[in-house]
Design a protein around this ligand. Structure first.
Ligand code: ZN
Length: 316
């Protein structure tokens, strides 16, 4: 069978904090004016990606994982371990925290934990996000939450396009209004909401909080993980590797011209964020352009990408 890149059909999730940037930026056919998430590369049951091209067209990525493990190098993971999303935070997201693998396995029906990371595609001027907290002990954290001392508790950081943040499980965090982000995360949908700014949903109810679980999983005191990008320049490509962690590696590839790659043992998740070009493999050329997401299976070995484009590339 001829190996091909696996192009995926994005799935959209409406959220009360969502907007229309996914359409404006990427031309996606979004379901409403409150579209918060594009699940771009997903094998999670809450939004499974479907293959669009070639021999496997119509199958889900999760089916492929089970039926053709050779495409992924016969992995040990039970399920496809990663999830790539693009998020349009048109309003502040609720302040939240995610469990790690051990806690999620025990308390969330065997789900994975959720360590995630963010590449800021675009944001409004002076945009911020919430990243970490100022409590020194669990007692202090509990007390400040109970007393609603949110301004003292929550740390805010300024963000700008091109920034990258690693958000390990146990980190209190929230995207704030006016932010478009590519998120690479463990394939998990478990979130504990800590604070929702006292907002009401469409039915006039306060959204549910999960304070007990949040207190159990939050890292205290907060320790920020500083990441230092490694920049590598090769012929016609600059590769910026933001993170190489136990869960995933994430890089930005900026291509101008024809760039050749050699990758034998890993499968790669690719998202085109800017520009256009072609993915070339074994005499075939596959057009790519911004907003397109695909998986490069194991075994391709040599391939090339030509054009003027910027991609986020990840692998477990
Ligand atoms: Zn999160």
């Amino acid at each position: 069978m001829q190996l091909q890149p696996l192009f995926l059909k994005p799935i959209f999730q409406e959220r009360i904090w969502g907007g229309t940037l996914l359409k404006k930026h990427y031309g996606y056919n979004i379901p409403s004016e409150k579209t918060g998430e594009c699940w771009a590369i997903s094998a999670h049951p809450n939004g499974p990606s479907i293959i669009e091209n070639g021999h496997f067209a119509g199958k889900t990525l999760a089916e492929l994982w089970m039926e053709y493990p050779e495409l992924f190098g016969h992995p040990l993971d039970k399920a496809f371990p990663l999830l790539t999303k693009i998020l349009d935070a048109n309003m502040d997201l609720s302040v939240q925290v995610h469990p790690d693998d051990t806690y999620a396995k025990k308390n969330e029906n065997g789900e994975l934990g959720k360590t995630e990371c963010w590449y800021i595609i675009d944001c409004k001027e002076d945009a911020e996000m919430i990243f970490g907290h100022n409590a020194q002990t669990k007692e202090e954290l509990e007390e400040m939450i109970a007393q609603g001392k949110w301004n003292d508790l929550l740390r805010r950081v300024k963000i700008k396009p091109g920034d990258f943040f690693y958000v390990p499980s146990g980190t209190i965090h929230a995207l704030c209004e006016g932010t478009l982000v590519l998120e690479t995360q463990q394939s998990s949908d478990t979130t504990y909401r800590v604070y929702d700014y006292g907002r009401h949903d469409e039915k006039g109810n306060l959204r549910e909080l999960h304070l007990n679980k949040a207190l159990e999983v939050t890292q205290v005191p907060h320790k920020a993980v500083k990441t230092t990008p490694i920049i590598e320049t090769k012929e016609n490509v600059t590769i910026t590797t933001f993170i190489q962690s136990e869960f995933f590696s994430v890089s930005k590839w900026e291509i101008s011209g024809i760039a050749k790659f050699s990758e034998g043992v890993r499968y790669l998740l690719m998202s085109v964020l800017k520009g256009e070009g072609t993915f070339q493999y074994d005499g075939h050329a596959y057009p790519i352009k911004k907003g397109v997401h695909f998986v490069v299976p194991v075994g391709m070995g040599e391939f090339a990408i030509s054009g003027n484009c910027e991609l986020i590339v990840s692998h477990p």
